[in-house]
Ligand binder design. Structure first.
Ligand SMILES: C[S@@+](CC[C@H](N)C(=O)[O-])C[C@H]1O[C@@H](n2cnc3c(N)ncnc32)[C@H](O)[C@@H]1O
Length: 232
């Protein structure tokens, strides 16, 4: 990852994307929010989100948890997130690089991250996220994967009609609603993104010591990782 995307470049890309972002636009990540939230117990004390972007998932977590700490590398993303979270006083935002930020030890009932971990070394970051969870807490990850096996490719192919049908159902149309500038900026950013295969994600879980982690492939080119920290 270091070869293709420096942290500085990632920060600049997301600062630009923050300024162009739309509020409330349905996207492929949002489609999986309900699935992720379903993995949590009905009550959760405090949650951490790593790479919160404009705070869409942090605000959903805030409906379920007493407090949410949401961290992001991009100062502009955090400004936009704060602005959109005025009705959620239990969310605290922090500008920090997850590579160097000191994760608090055993503090959170949930540690989540959505389409961010491909910017970070996976196994070391999972280890830090696991360390920040209280015993019994839940780790939730959603990210894009790179197809490798025939099954990955078949699954990925099925994602195209599924994406069209979902887009029609959620937005009432099939055309792009994003502004051309936003679409172009995402395309430029995505050109240097590198994703892991599902097998590499499972290896990283093993390396990070996440015994019993459930890694699932989903239709819209994403995997989820759900892990419960054992109670000692
Ligand atoms: C694709 S966006 C996803 C944002 C949000 N999770 C969502 O689902 O809308 C990835 C986010 O990760 C953040 N990010 C990338 N590298 C990071 C790092 N090293 N530390 C903290 N955040 C990072 C970016 O600034 C960006 O906001």
């Amino acid at each position: 990852m270091e070869d293709t995307q420096s942290t500085e470049k990632v920060r600049e890309d997301f600062d630009r994307l923050a300024d162009l972002s739309d509020e409330g636009e349905w996207d492929h990540n949002a489609h999986y929010h309900a699935f992720l939230l379903k993995q949590l117990p009905s009550r959760c004390s405090e949650a951490l989100e790593v790479g919160c972007g404009t705070g869409v998932f942090a605000r959903s977590l805030a409906e379920r948890c007493e407090r949410v700490l949401a961290v992001d590398l991009s100062p502009r993303m955090v400004e936009v997130a704060r602005d959109r979270s005025k009705g959620h006083p239990n969310v605290e935002y922090l500008v920090a690089d997850a590579n160097s930020w000191e994760f608090p030890e055993e503090r959170f009932g949930c540690v989540a991250s959505i389409t961010t971990l491909h910017h970070l070394p996976l196994a070391p970051t999972l280890r830090k996220m696991a360390g920040a969870l209280r015993p019994g807490g839940t780790m939730l990850v959603l990210d894009l994967y790179r197809a490798q096996s025939p099954a990955d490719y078949l699954f990925g192919a099925a994602g195209f009609p599924a994406s069209k049908a979902l887009k029609l159902a959620k937005t009432g149309g099939l055309t792009h609603r994003q502004s051309p500038a936003l679409r172009r900026t995402w395309e430029e950013h995505g050109a240097t993104d590198v994703y892991l295969t599902p097998a590499e994600v499972r290896d990283a879980c093993a390396e990070a010591g996440l015994r019993g982690a459930k890694v699932r492939r989903h239709l819209l080119w994403r995997y989820s990782l759900v892990w419960r920290k054992p109670i000692r």
